[in-house]
Design a protein around this ligand. Structure first.
Ligand code: SF4
Length: 217
């Protein structure tokens, strides 16, 4: 599925969600890739069977024309927020992501846009990527995951190594110059001590933190 909605913990085609909600607006989630530059211990993408069975697993990554056609088939009145997120990491297809965001801005200028990311794009591409999102995003939500580089690496298994944590935080701070709302996220299952430590990291860097309930995806 490229465009989907989340209904009671399940992922369904956006059009089906609209029908189920009898026209009530809901968030539209945009899935453009299975790829990721992390290999988080908690990510079910890493289980082969799960990949094949999961409705979000893309047999083929959609090209720009396919993404445009998918949006064109949607009733925009049913759309609340447009969220670029998993199944994989959206910035793995940076050019397609930017094109899609520009396209959404052009057809639905009034809709709020959000990117859910691991925040590693600048490190991965070895260039400053935060400015590329200027004017395209209302919110960027970045997975903080942990309170320090070692714990982060243990959780994410980022091939980019120990430097990944600092690079993710630098990306977050820089995004504040270009995106109206920057939110760091952790899950509530990491333990009270680690949650406190994450709060301290965010407070020191003047970053907003959201603690969300853990859901096995
Ligand atoms: S960053 Fe997200 S998509 Fe990538 S491995 Fe971690 S949980 Fe999965």
């Amino acid at each position: 599925m490229i465009l989907y909605a989340a209904e009671k913990g399940k992922f369904i085609e956006f059009a089906d969600a609209v029908q189920a909600n009898r026209g009530k607006k809901c968030n539209i989630y945009v899935n453009i890739t299975n790829k990721c530059n992390c290999s988080c211990t908690f990510c079910l993408r890493n289980l082969k069977k799960m990949q094949e069975d999961h409705s979000l697993w893309l047999k083929q990554e959609p090209d720009i024309q396919t993404i445009r056609s998918a949006f064109a088939a949607i009733n925009k009145d049913a759309v609340n927020e447009v969220v670029f997120c998993g199944f994989g990491e959206p910035t793995m297809r940076l050019e397609t992501l930017l094109y899609s965001l520009r396209y959404v801005r052009s057809i639905w200028p009034e809709k709020k846009t959000r990117l859910n990311t691991n925040g590693l794009a600048s490190l991965y591409y070895k260039k400053d990527t935060a400015p590329l999102f200027k004017g395209l995003l209302d919110v960027v939500s970045i997975s903080l995951n942990a309170s320090n580089a070692k714990a982060y690496l243990e959780l994410t298994k980022a091939p980019l190594g120990l430097q990944a944590y600092g690079a993710m935080l630098d990306f977050a701070k820089e995004c504040k110059l270009y995106v109206p709302e920057v939110v760091m996220t952790i899950v509530d299952s990491i333990g009270a001590e680690e949650i406190q430590a994450c709060k301290k990291v965010c407070s020191e860097k003047n970053l907003k933190l959201r603690i969300r309930p853990y859901e096995a995806n």
